[in-house]
Design a protein. Structure first.
Lengths: 168, 181
């Protein structure tokens, strides 16, 4: 048998291309080659007949039907496994111990928050002293730049309130 | 069963029973084909539905019936593998291969004619996923997309694997018929 297509040399045995051809899944040139081989080669013709026979046989096989009471048996299983089946899986992501621990931890945090000293908005005397040192240091730097500049700066700061009264 | 999954509240066992009845025959039938024992098949198919109920939040209300069926088929196939792996200390696909011997079970033989018994005997010689592919397509008549979902195969691979599976089935069937001749 001389095949017109190099995809099917003379010695080629029937393979999955035959199945693809029966399904109509081959491109036209390959389909023609397989059709020619099936028409002219007894081995391929037998394979094609067998393939069709198997498909018919399997398709005609009666489907098994579930035994009576199948659905009831499923429900009974659900009933006997309430811990797993009572709620959807995503609702069971929180461990049981955490459900009890969470309110206790929350209450502890609330009590702790009420007992902590509130931060004061007014500066402490130490903070005022530190601020004064920094201002004096800055003034010193400015005076080093030039006497006039320093004088002008001191004059400019003079009308301000005394430093030790800041924040009080 | 169109639109059933869109109307059933997942947390209601009685309503869930309707979903079970809608899919039970197909899932049970696949389980019988995969494990070859009616009692085991019923047990594993029921377990698949229980797991579906537990995962109801993942499916309702938007899942299609096809997706639901594919998930059930995938689950029952997984359960068969696990069952036989536990019993025979085998691993994964080898467990499903070993779940069936080459001969048709008495259950099948009693129901099926000689040709059908030969076909299923040949089918049972295939490795996974080839056997499941032929089962789902040629016996259960599932669409390719559902088969891909059930077997976790890309759609592009389903046809290629199915052609290969059918070629293997045909070769196995011809070997058997020649042995018997």
């Amino acid at each position: 048998v001389n095949s017109p297509d190099l995809h099917l040399p003379d010695a080629a045995l029937p393979d999955e291309r035959l199945e693809a051809w029966l399904d109509g899944d081959l491109p036209p040139d390959e389909a023609d080659a397989v059709a020619t081989r099936v028409a002219s080669d007894a081995l391929w013709a037998e394979a094609a007949d067998t393939a069709r026979h198997l498909r018919r046989t399997l398709a005609a096989a009666p489907r098994h039907t579930a035994p009576p009471g199948f659905a009831d048996a499923v429900l009974a299983r659900l009933h006997h496994r309430p811990d797993r089946a009572a709620m959807p899986r995503r609702a069971r992501t929180m461990p049981r111990w955490l459900r009890f621990a969470a309110p206790v931890v929350l209450a502890f945090l609330v009590v702790l928050a009420t007992r902590l000293p509130h931060a004061s908005t007014a500066p402490s005397p130490e903070e005022v002293a530190e601020a004064r040192r920094q201002v004096e240091y800055a003034l010193g730097l400015l005076s080093n730049i030039g006497a006039k500049t320093g004088e002008r700066t001191a004059e400019a700061l003079a009308p301000l309130a005394p430093l030790d009264t800041l924040g009080r | 069963v169109p639109s059933l999954t869109r109307t059933v509240p997942p947390a209601s066992p009685s309503a869930f029973a309707r979903v079970v009845r809608a899919h039970q025959d197909r899932i049970y039938s696949l389980a019988v084909h995969l494990c070859g024992d009616a009692d085991d098949a019923a047990d594993l198919a029921q377990e698949a539905f229980v797991r579906l109920y537990e995962r109801a939040a993942d499916f309702w209300p938007s899942a299609s019936d096809g997706l639901l069926r594919a998930w059930l088929m995938s689950t029952v196939r997984r359960l068969v593998i696990d069952r036989h792996r536990t019993r025979h200390a085998l691993r994964d696909e080898a467990a499903l291969d070993a779940a069936r011997d080459d001969a048709p079970s008495p259950y099948e033989a009693a129901e099926a004619g000689h040709e059908r018994a030969l076909a299923f005997a040949a089918l049972n010689t295939l490795r996974e996923p080839y056997r499941s592919l032929v089962l789902l397509r040629d016996v259960e008549d599932l669409p390719y997309a559902d088969i891909g979902a059930a077997l976790d195969l890309p759609l592009s691979s389903v046809k290629v694997y199915l052609h290969r599976a059918r070629a293997m089935l045909r070769a196995a069937y011809l070997r058997r018929t020649r042995e018997l001749a």
